[in-house]
Design a binder for this molecule. Sequence first.
Ligand SMILES: [Zn+2]
Length: 280
Amino acid sequence: MERPTVPPDYDYLKKEIHRLGKFPFAFTGSIGCSVCNRQIFSFSVGAVKERVLFAGAFHGMEWITTLILLRFANRLCQALQDNTKIAGEDPAPLLKKRGLCIIPCVNPDGVAIQLNCPEKRWQANARGVDINHNFNAGWCELRQLEIESGITGPGPTRYGGPCPESEPETAAMTQLCRQNCFCQALAFHSQGEVIFYDFGKNTPPCSLEMAQILADASGYQVSAPEGLAVGGGFKDWFIDCLRRPAFTIEVGLGENPLPIEQFEPIYQQLEPMLMRALRL
Ligand SMILES: [Zn+2]
């Protein structure tokens, strides 16, 4: 994978997935379609019995997370092919024990809207529903907070939809998680250099310690979300419904969308954490 110089539009994403699929030990596919019929692509490598899930670009302006996940997938494939290490670790034995599934772009329509019309500052899907407010975890409480903040219908950000899981992108993610055994999930957003780990009473006791390990590997801070950042999110649903650890990783610092020039330093800082997440 060459150093990206432009944001990842849908053609770029398709091309990269196709290229990753040529590695003999990698599996690529689609977990479903967006509102506008774009594929929600997946990449898998290693064991299937137990796997870790990484997912990015839930939000249109956060396409830098797609680039991060594609780069990591590419680095893993290269390392497996050449028998080399990443961040001082050999990925082959790690992945033999526990595989990895990556969804580099959960919201391809939102990314397309943002790239075509940057002035819209678009986070939601094509129907104006914020995917990360649409999961069935504290959805009603979040809906109330949205209304109190003046968010009453479809728009660029933070509208949770008519009901939980009303959107095909949300349903594709929950179906994927119900059909596979993911021991933990990392959801990538931008920005803030923080790691969120908890959601209510079903948060596994080990989650805080795991978040601290991820923080130590990246220099990010462990934090607790507040207000409209609580509930409705993928990590919240994963914790609440599956009762396994899940984390939101807010990559980079600055204003969304983070500029493409930030990609390389953000990736370099994150790579040890991505490797560490495989053996938490
Ligand atoms: Zn986000």
